[in-house]
Write a protein that binds this ligand. Structure first.
Ligand SMILES: Cc1cc2nc3c(=O)[nH]c(=O)nc-3n(C[C@H](O)[C@H](O)[C@H](O)COP(=O)(O)OP(=O)(O)OC[C@H]3O[C@@H](n4cnc5c(N)ncnc54)[C@H](O)[C@@H]3O)c2cc1C
Length: 424
């Protein structure tokens, strides 16, 4: 049997650290997650069965401290030239086991990228929050609270709207921000997180990027409240809910950076989320390949393995070909992120970088959803059988296609760059 490592990766671009990280996570996936994941759906509310997988990954193996500087007890990955590629490899390896664990884990790092990744390290905030993650005996989660009831796609559409539709407000009173607003859906909401990164506006209705703010809010702060987790089609390891901020007060220096740079780091957060999403999907497809290989090799049709029949070979050949291509372009998306300010010559908040990475995410989403559908066709009734794991990924990857502004925003941002659109 061929190994899923056969799928293409440009070895010249891989960081020396990545090989080790992949090995450690693969071991975690095979021992601590995959054998239990079929029970996760029923555990969506309690997380009793899911919790040990987080404990092992984030605390025992230490991945929740990865992004923090070494001076503060972390692994210093935020200072690495390979940081996007490491995030991609992590997303892929964890996503192979469970894309919801992958998103809950990576979103813990997501808002912190604004203050931990070169060239925008905010040392005062890094020192403030590092002990929470670095010294913890239990998983510590964070959330990035962008989406609001009036629409998440518009909030992420910084290139056109510049934060104009945000209704969550921050008012400076003395040396404190006072925050009011209502957010929906963030990964790790519903009582999971210890820290929120809150995109908000200091002047409602303004599209001036100087009025856009990212403010860190510890969830134990008075005035923060959250709803119960939503019950979704899948992704049980990720809890999502409503969050309300009612005159929530935090120190003024809990703002990520200040006027201008907050909007820029928010625009940079988008490629982070997209590259991780691509990794979740290629990871799920690596697992699709493992399960499909087993199925078409062991099931027979007219006394021959299924894979030796022309009609089946045509389908599985296309699936494997798509996985190979998606991995190549996924890696390229991560490399675009890592080339920021260097060979590529473009900072990652640039419209070209955002448009191209969104385009790759949309492309890989389509291919992933399509290929899980095709695999279901090959497995027939077994495709719907939880024992084969395909239906779990099939439910989960559809959700990945929908988040972060959905297909339309990906298409609009690609069109804006490639066709110089000015009004979308
Ligand atoms: C599992 C999961 C995890 C999530 N995690 C997070 C998270 O960590 N943080 C967070 O803030 N949010 C999170 N979300 C929310 C998600 O990012 C939003 O649902 C998404 O951005 C779309 O926003 P919306 O639902 O408000 O839809 P809307 O923005 O209201 O859009 C509704 C529909 O209209 C389309 N649309 C929007 N604008 C246009 C346009 N101009 N032209 C054509 N069509 C358009 C959209 O693509 C969508 O199909 C998560 C959602 C899920 C399901």
């Amino acid at each position: 049997m061929k190994h899923f490592d056969e799928f293409s990766v440009n070895l010249e671009q891989v960081s020396p650290m990545e090989k080790h990280i992949r090995k450690v996570i693969r071991n975690w996936a095979d021992k601590d997650c995959i054998p239990f994941r079929r029970q996760y759906d029923e555990d969506w509310k309690e997380h009793k069965i899911i919790e040990p997988a987080f404990q092992k990954l984030m605390v025992d193996l230490g991945f929740q401290k990865a992004m923090f500087p070494q001076e503060l007890g972390g692994w210093g990955i935020g200072h690495s030239d390979y940081v996007f590629r490491i995030a991609y490899a992590l997303s892929e390896e964890v996503g192979r086991a469970d894309t919801a664990i992958a998103v809950a884990f990576l979103v813990t790092i997501w808002p912190l990228t604004t203050i931990l990744v070169e060239p925008h390290v905010n040392w005062r905030l890094a020192r403030e929050f590092a002990p929470w993650y670095v010294n913890a005996k239990h998983p510590v989660f964070s959330a990035l609270t962008m989406t609001e009831p009036q629409g998440g796609a518009d909030i992420e559409n910084m290139g056109l709207l510049g934060g104009k539709t945000l209704r969550t407000t921050a008012r400076l009173e003395g040396d404190e921000w006072v925050i009011n607003g209502h957010k929906l859906w963030p990964t790790n909401s519903g009582g999971v997180s210890k820290l929120f990164g809150v995109p908000c506006t200091t002047k409602p209705g303004s599209h001036d990027k100087n009025d856009f703010a990212i403010i860190f809010v510890p969830t134990a702060t008075p005035g923060v409240s959250e709803g119960n987790p939503y019950e979704k089609a899948g992704m049980a390891a990720d809890k999502n809910s409503d969050i309300w901020f009612d005159n929530v007060r935090v120190p003024a220096w809990y703002r990520a950076h200040g006027p201008g740079l907050d909007a820029q780091t928010f625009a940079e957060i988008i490629p982070w989320g997209q590259v991780a999403s691509i990794g979740f999907m290629t990871g799920a497809m690596l697992n699709l390949y493992e399960r499909l290989y087993d199925f078409v090799s062991t099931r027979t049709y007219r006394n021959r393995p299924l894979k030796e029949n022309d009609a089946v070979a045509g389908v599985i050949g296309r699936i494997a070909g798509d996985i190979d291509i998606c991995r190549i372009v996924g890696y390229e998306a991560a490399c675009i992120g890592d080339r920021r300010n260097k060979a590529y010559g473009k900072p990652i908040h640039n419209e070209e970088v955002i448009g191209k990475i969104r385009n790759i995410k949309d492309f890989v989403s389509d291919k992933t959803v399509e290929n899980f559908g095709r695999a279901m066709d090959v497995l027939g009734a077994y495709g719907a059988d939880r024992d084969w794991d395909i239906e779990k990924h099939w439910r989960d990857v559809k959700i990945i296609q929908l988040w972060m502004g959905g297909k339309q925003l990906c298409q609009m941002e690609a069109a804006r760059y490639f066709f110089n659109c000015t009004s979308i």
